[in-house]
Design a protein around this ligand. Structure first.
Ligand code: FAD
Length: 296
């Protein structure tokens, strides 16, 4: 590649920039510039994408000056609430997330480099809606819900229903994702997050798996289980047929093997399909066994 091409990649296209101080103002700006504006959080996906000319919004609306979006709160009744400005690093090192939602803390800690985690937000990771976003399996198994706000009103969407295709979600052009809501974890539950180690911190994850398992009070039976996968389909996904294999049953080696195989069959990898399927099976087995050990 010639020097001029490298320079081209590093230059941002021209855009208008706004830094509103309230959510109301941000929503009004999004509505006025519908279709031409994008929300700017940490910029670790958006600015790279603009430099590569994958997208060229004419207006960026930064949410970094809106204090009301910067929070991580927890109470036993309502669960965890994470505002749109909370960075991956602040979530990974939050005591309440580490103690109560460890699977999410682990996933946030695994994203990119320290610089990326200090700038990038969890909400940005969700809104990017790529097939290999690292935090989504954890949010899928924890049953997260997403609050979308626009000038006309607001709605809450379960994360299972958010992704429509690669880099496509149900969020409309004038909607801002303001909050992630995670219910308190069920009693007698434990999670695990497993991934294929990356060659470098900036490589894409080849396979990522999160599991949340709930044990019956007897401690012998799996009352409920959720399995979330990333990088193995056009969008992050639940392995629902594999969950069915284990739900309501005693966790035994043969059954875990069967569930892991079913999970691999549910995937729709876009490349390196054999390897990704094999690793899905390995990681699901590992995650189920680890979560089961932790819950007992
Ligand atoms: C070197 C490097 C390494 C990386 N490594 C990883 C990795 O290991 N794993 C991984 O998953 N990702 C990785 N990423 C991607 C990126 O860092 C994450 O996806 C990050 O969480 C994005 O958050 P952000 O705040 O920077 O989002 P931004 O770049 O600001 O925004 C991303 C998208 O979300 C939209 N958006 C942001 N906030 C909102 C909102 N509140 N409402 C509506 N839309 C919104 C933006 O308009 C944009 O379309 C990496 C990126 C880089 C540059």
């Amino acid at each position: 590649m010639g020097k001029s091409n490298i320079g081209y990649l590093l230059l941002l296209p021209r855009f208008e920039y706004s830094a509103p101080r309230t959510l109301e103002e941000a929503c009004a700006l999004l509505s006025q510039n519908k279709g031409n504006a994008k929300v700017l959080a940490g910029g670790t996906d958006l600015l790279v994408s603009m430099k590569k000319r994958n997208e060229s919004p004419s207006h960026l609306i930064s949410i970094r000056a809106i204090p009301e979006l910067d929070y991580i709160r927890y109470d036993h009744e309502n669960g965890l609430k994470i505002g749109a400005r909370a960075t991956l690093q602040s979530i990974a090192s939050s005591p309440v997330v580490k103690n109560t939602f460890e699977v999410l803390a682990t996933a946030c800690r695994k994203v990119g480099t320290p610089q990326v985690r200090n700038m990038g937000t969890l909400v940005g990771n969700i809104c990017q809606a790529g097939p290999s976003q690292d935090t989504i399996p954890a949010l899928l198994v924890l049953g997260a819900r997403l609050k979308l706000v626009s000038s006309p009103g607001e709605r809450v969407v379960p994360i299972d229903e958010f992704f429509e295709g690669p880099f496509q979600s149900v969020a409309k052009d004038d909607e801002l994702l303001t909050e992630i809501q995670v219910p308190p974890p069920p009693t007698q539950s434990a999670g695990s997050w497993q991934w294929v180690p990356k060659g470098t911190e900036v490589d894409e994850t080849l396979v990522g798996v999160a599991v949340l398992i709930v044990a019956h009070s007897s401690g012998e039976i799996c009352d409920d289980i959720k399995i979330g996968l990333t990088s193995v389909a056009p969008t992050p996904m639940r392995a629902r047929r594999a969950e069915e294999v284990l739900r309501g049953n005693k966790i035994e080696e043969k059954l875990v093997e069967q569930a892991a195989q079913v999970a691999a069959e549910e995937t729709i990898p876009r490349s390196r399909a054999d390897y990704r399927r094999r690793m899905t099976s390995v990681l699901v087995k590992r995650a189920v066994n680890e979560a089961w050990q932790n819950v007992k």
